[in-house]
Structures are given as C-alpha cells and as structure tokens.
Design a protein around this ligand. Structure first.
Ligand code: RB5
Length: 147
C-alpha cells in the first residue's frame, strides 16, 4: 500500500517517526512535506500536497499531521474526493474507513504520543471500506456534495 504523509512544524517530528516506522513495516511511504523544520510554515501547504497525491492516485491513503490535527482536517475536507477526520483513538480510525470511507487520517502531534499514533495509524491502514448498502448509500450522499 502506498501512503503519503505531510506535516507542518507542529507535526514535523511525528511525521519523521511515522515515516521511518512505516518504511520498516514495508509500506511504500512518500513525503508530501514539509521536508525541513520551519517554525513559520503553514499546514495547508503540505495538507494540500498530500491530498493531491491521494486524489491523483499516487497514494492509496494519506496521513496529515499538525499540532492539533484540526487545521489539517479543515483544509483536507475542502478538497474534492477527500474524506478526512482527526482520530485520536483506534476505534474511530478503523470505523471511519469501514463505514465512512475516510481516506485521510489527521493527527495532532501535540495531543498524542508516538505509541498511540502507531496504534491509530495501524487501525487506519488495515481498515477497508465495507461495501454494505447502507454505507454505500451514505457515501453517495457525501459524494453528491463534491459535485
Ligand atoms: C501551528 O503552530 C499550529 O497552529 C498548527 O500546527 C495546527 O495545530 C493547526 O490546527
């Protein structure tokens, strides 16, 4: 599975940690920036890059990180085809994919530690959308908003 990860200064260290860990686990991980620590950078720039990598098919899922996860999430959900959420528990991270076809996981590096982040990312990446009529029906209603 191809995963792209982005972060601003608030999530820079956690991005590095998750990228290294996913690479060791055998995931194809791409970096959507920021590539250097810059305390003046803006989370929309990297969130948009990660989401575009996802929409263009260069990645199967995306993880975007900022200080709280909120700014990245607000940004991501403005982009057509993106279904993003902040998840700081593993249940939401897998149920969001299974029921809601969430394709972008947003994390707040100032809120959670590395071990919890690993559990949440694992739940998100292992989950698959469940193709039940009720979930497809709801997804189609969300997709209408993209038109
Ligand atoms: C940056 O300092 C911080 O505001 C940003 O990373 C994020 O938390 C926004 O939601």
């Amino acid at each position: 599975m191809k995963v792209t990860i982005a972060a601003d200064h608030g999530g820079f260290e956690l991005k590095k940690f998750i990228m290294d860990w996913l690479s060791v686990k055998g995931f194809e991980v791409s970096d959507s920036g920021n590539f250097v620590f810059d305390e003046k950078d803006d989370y929309p720039d990297y969130t948009i890059k990660a989401c575009k990598n996802l929409i263009s098919g260069n990645s199967d899922k995306a993880i975007v990180i900022c200080g709280s996860g909120v700014g990245a999430c607000v940004t991501a959900n403005k982009i057509k085809g993106i279904r993003a959420s902040v998840c700081h528990d593993s249940y939401s991270a897998h149920q969001g994919v299974e029921h809601d076809a969430m394709n972008v996981l947003c994390l707040g590096a100032r809120i959670i530690g590395t071990e919890l982040a690993k559990e949440i990312v694992t739940a998100f990446l292992n989950a698959r959308f469940i193709e039940e009529e009720r979930f497809i029906r709801r997804l189609n209603k969300i997709k209408e908003l993209d038109k």
